[in-house]
Design a protein around this ligand. Sequence first.
Ligand code: SF4
Ligand code: MG
Length: 279
Amino acid sequence: MDACAKQREYTAKDYKSDVKPIWCPGCGDYSVLAAITRALASMQLAPENVAVVSGIGCSSRIPAYTSVYGFHGVHGRALPVATGLKIARPDLTVLVTGGDGDGFSIGGNHFLHACRRNVDLTYIVMDNQVYGMTKGQASPTTEPEWEGSKLTPDGVGIESFHPLVVGLAAGANFIARCSSSDPNNVADIITQAIRHPGFSLVQVLSPCVTFRPEQLEWKHMVRTAVVDVTEDAARAARRLMTDDGFNVGKVLYKGDRPAYQPEPKGAAAVAELEADFAL
Ligand code: SF4
Ligand code: MG
């Protein structure tokens, strides 16, 4: 091939913006950002063909830190925005980034229906079992005995939400759990998630060093999973129901449901709809 005609190769740096992250030093989200850019580079996706959508929270800042198209929306609403974007622009690779509070509390209902609809999105949840941005309250994934917040001085007292079990039950087509302590593994899993059709759920255990300093222990969690990926939903369910939530480093389930992708409406059809609903 003519050297001039050779397409330029993208590196991870090409997907980073000039905005400097303001996360606390040591926050696990730095590694996840690096993993996302490595995954995009490994797939050689043109930045203009990728979009990252988020809600609110520390990890939801990721669209600002990447050079691809981004949308930093309102709390808990990343998934419906991303769904609309993917339906309208099926040519785009759409990632959704956020945390456990944003995704499983105020965004919980959207999470269920995004799994059910199975639109081709990759949802990367940085789970630190706490609301970091609002200074350390218990989140849906916080353990019942955690006493680290003044709002729950005697512990949370209720069982934590299990996103992968709920995601599987609701119809997610790809489920993985990994640790920010192993960014190359996270990048590999994100690449697999993007390639797999339908709704892919990637839970990344990503420590909040400020409000959950004990999570620094998570840096030892590197590919501890001994299981192999299964396409059997019942087997995946048994595995997820019986593990301790820290089986990391592997894709746990790959389904074969076809992604939901209706034909985008043309401009004329949209104008007609708008006219019908005009007040
Ligand atoms: Fe990260 Fe926690 Fe700091 Fe937020 S508060 S940037 S989650 S360490
Ligand atoms: Mg959180």
